[in-house]
Design a binder for this molecule. Structure first.
Ligand code: PLP
Length: 380
């Protein structure tokens, strides 16, 4: 058995999604900007996909822009808002994905934007009073706080943050990459000005995502070129990617409750099995607390041991694909900026298991047992 427990990095493509995409690779190849019938049929499919996404998110198609993924959508929201509105103050957290963190750092270096980071506790819970203080003293701010953390799974109260932003007239972007397709997003209720999605996180294809952009905030395009995406993003559209994204989101919403219950069950089983077999196991962030954490992510904290340095390699040799944090970080805690920000004991090991609808209870049992055996050997 080879077990894939790295679904926060990427998910396998759903066969239904592939079937929806395939005709747009082979048969419907027209350029959607062409005015002839080959082009028009593809244009019409893209606009149908946009309507699907907009309807699922309870917004208008005019507020949905397709991008190359979550990173581009985050970049567009942050850079274009600061540039277009002349914003010189931003508030974010040290726990964001690099798509946000590095963009903020660059804006600070190159464009003189002052970036403040919200306080948080040792489990990554954000201090929203600090947000109020920062916004009260600095009007004209862009706030960027993720909905759920990709490494430790913490769910932030986006509606509460949006309400604070509204009170102080701040623009609010939320990186919703890890919750899109796993929770129902209603942009009217959520209150964020920008949210994003990335298809490969919900069984769609890689290299395609979208930005929801509040029509009330006029931003300039991130990528200059042709008139695609209503002048907001030059470049011929990733047609089959867009078709796949819409199909994947449709399936995710169709089956959401069933899959959420099933996946939460897998996560609970993993927690139980690990606690049953390992004395010193604990969990980073809020990942063991049901409603405070993504049901797809469990970040496990392991006893101090020499094998921690090689933990992910050892798991891989034992036929388990997991990760130390974000897809690019190594097995040691020092590889994760999120775990570093939480100030956790660097001697302990950490591994992120992330689950999908395709995992089985047998796979969970195998992974928990394998991990427990690995530590039993070295700690005996
Ligand atoms: N934001 C978060 C929270 C993520 O987890 C990821 C991907 O890991 C991204 C942004 C980037 O998305 P993409 O891979 O589509 O560029």
């Amino acid at each position: 058995m080879r077990v894939y427990l790295d679904n926060a990095a990427t998910t396998p493509l759903d066969k239904e999604v592939f079937d929806a995409m395939a005709p747009f690779m082979l048969e419907h190849y027209g350029n959607p900007s062409s005015i002839h019938s080959h082009g028009r049929e593809v244009r019409s499919a893209i606009e149908k996909a946009r309507r699907t996404v907009a309807t699922l998110l309870n917004t208008s198609p005019a507020e949905i822009f397709f991008t190359s993924g979550g990173t581009e959508a985050d970049n567009a929201a942050i850079r274009c808002t600061c540039r277009s509105l002349g914003i010189k103050h931003a508030v974010t957290t040290k726990l964001e994905h690099h798509a946000v963190l590095h963009t903020m750092e660059l804006l600070a270096q190159q464009e003189g934007v002052k970036v403040d980071y919200l306080h948080h506790d040792e489990r990554g819970n954000l201090d929203l009073e600090h947000l109020e203080e920062l916004l009260a003293s600095q009007p004209q701010t862009l706030v960027s706080v993720m909905h759920a953390n990709n490494e430790i799974g913490n769910l932030n109260d986006v509606e509460a943050i949006a309400a604070i932003c509204k009170k102080y007239n701040a623009v609010f972007h939320s990186d919703t990459v890890q919750t899109m397709g796993h929770y129902r997003h209603d942009v009217q209720k959520l209150g964020a000005n920008f949210i994003v999605g990335s298809a490969h996180k919900f069984h769609g294809p890689k290299g395609v995502g979208f930005l929801y952009s509040d029509a009330g905030i006029k931003i300039q395009p991130l990528i200059q070129g042709g008139a695609q995406e209503r002048n907001m993003r030059g470049g011929t559209e990733n047609v089959y990617g867009i078709i796949g994204l819409a199909k994947a989101l449709e399936i995710a919403y169709r089956d959401m409750e069933e899959h959420a219950t099933y996946i939460q069950g897998l996560k609970d089983r993993m927690i139980y099995k690990l606690q049953e077999q390992m004395d010193e196991v604990s969990f980073n962030g809020m990942s063991e607390f049901g409603d405070k954490s993504l049901y797809t992510v469990l970040n496990v904290s392991l006893p101090a041991s020499d094998i921690n340095e090689m933990l992910l390699f050892s798991l891989d040799i034992n036929k388990i694909s997991a990760s130390g944090g974000s897809a690019c970080s190594s097995g040691a805690n020092t590889g994760s900026h999120v775990l570093r920000a939480l100030d956790i004991d660097p001697a302990r090991g950490s591994v992120r298991f992330s689950f999908s609808k395709y995992n089985t209870p047998e796979e969970i049992d195998f992974a928990a047992e394998t991990l427990a055996q690995m530590y039993k050997k070295v700690l005996a």
